[in-house]
Design a protein around this ligand. Structure first.
Ligand code: 13P
Ligand code: SF4
Length: 349
């Protein structure tokens, strides 16, 4: 058993020893005990881009979840080794679309719509799903560029299939002027559209997936906060349900949430609807504001939280011992097609 202080010392010493050979990206949802050692922090898009730009690092120890490490691996081109400190750090939303269900859905959708449909996938998806989207001409999206990419996609084809987060898809398309009646949910278990409407009228097909953290922010939470204090401003992540986003004052990526609160005059009141580690960090970093979690119970992302100080230390030590553990490596044929979807996104934004 070693103390926290000793673990921190060892991580710091190893970082010092590796120098520029090591890069530690940390997603905003990571614990403070991990984020204190991050070389770069950011939302999903920033982390993917910055990891790719860093050509000096031999090892990228990615403090985030599996799909982010996969994305970093696919975007790096100088043979960097990407490591996830705990392989169990997945994402329940990414797990809601597997490739078999997706291929099966695509076949059915081709029968219904022919060549009038373009697939898009939120980056919160496996490399295999990104490859599916890439080989069918579509692009990836993140919460910070969803609007631009969905807008682009709706100009390419009559309709889109949006994987795997129905909420980000619905919120984005709605903001672009697509009425709810022109959207329908695809149920991957029943392999069918959940609608009574004429398929012809559907413009946006939303995969029936969601984030288990953001579904915990409810309309009741919003009404309660407004009831407690009518002056409170509500800011949420667009992975929240449509009704919640509509009632909120604003919605955006983790970067957007951080920057919005950073840039307002002191003394404003906020209720924030996103993952707990980030909400607590914003509260601590902004004593000049009055900030609470939109859901008073606080909502952790259990898989993000699997990356902790002991796992970070363990993975750095494995590199030091010459046997790096937790390497995330996407196979070449999946990478080739997935990068087509990622590149398309990066060229549109
Ligand atoms: P962003 O940081 O891109 O907003 O994503 C949030 C998220 O849920 C990552 O899993
Ligand atoms: Fe996945 Fe939601 Fe956790 Fe993000 S917050 S990693 S979408 S489960």
């Amino acid at each position: 058993h070693i103390s926290t202080a000793e673990m921190e010392q060892r991580v710091a010493a190893l970082k010092e020893k590796f120098g520029k050979r090591l890069l530690i990206p940390g997603h905003h949802y990571q614990k403070d005990e991990v984020i204190q050692f991050a070389d770069i922090t950011g939302d999903s898009l920033q982390l993917a881009q910055q990891s790719a730009l860093n050509t000096e690092a031999e090892y990228i120890v990615f403090c985030g979840v599996h799909f982010m490490a996969e994305t970093a691996d696919m975007l790096t081109s100088k043979g960097q080794t990407v490591i996830l400190p705990d392989m169990r750090a997945g994402c329940s939303m990414a797990d809601m679309a597997n490739i078999m269900q997706t291929e099966r859905a695509w076949q059915e959708l081709q029968t219904l719509f022919g060549d009038t449909i373009l697939p898009l996938t939120y980056v919160n998806s496996t490399a295999e799903i990104k490859a599916f989207v890439g080989r069918n001409g579509g692009a990836t999206v993140t919460s910070s560029n969803a609007s631009k990419i969905v807008d682009w996609a709706l100009k390419q084809k009559q309709r889109i299939l949006f994987l795997p987060d129905q909420h980000l898809g619905r919120n984005t398309a709605y903001d672009l002027g697509v009425p709810l009646e022109q959207m329908a949910v695809w149920d991957p278990h029943e392999n069918r559209l959940l609608t009574d409407q004429e398929p012809e009228t559907i413009k946006v097909i939303l995969w029936k997936g969601h984030c288990s953290v953001h579904e915990k922010f409810t309309v009741e939470n919003v009404l309660r906060q407004r009831d407690l204090d009518p002056e409170v401003r509500i800011i949420v992540h667009p992975e929240c349900a449509h009704e919640v986003v509509q009632l909120a004052d604003c919605a955006g990526s983790t970067k957007f949430i951080i920057e919005t609160i950073r840039n307002v005059a002191p003394g404003t009141k906020w209720a924030v609807g996103t993952e707990m580690n980030l909400v607590q960090r914003i509260i601590r970093e902004h004593p000049e504001q009055h900030i609470v979690s939109l859901n008073p119970d606080m909502c952790p992302c259990l898989t993000m939280n699997r990356i902790d100080l002991p796992h970070l230390l363990w993975s750095l030590e494995s590199i030091d011992q010459g046997e790096p553990a937790g390497i995330v490596k996407v196979s070449a044929h999946i990478q080739r097609e997935a990068v087509m979807a990622l590149d398309k996104m990066l060229h549109i934004v």
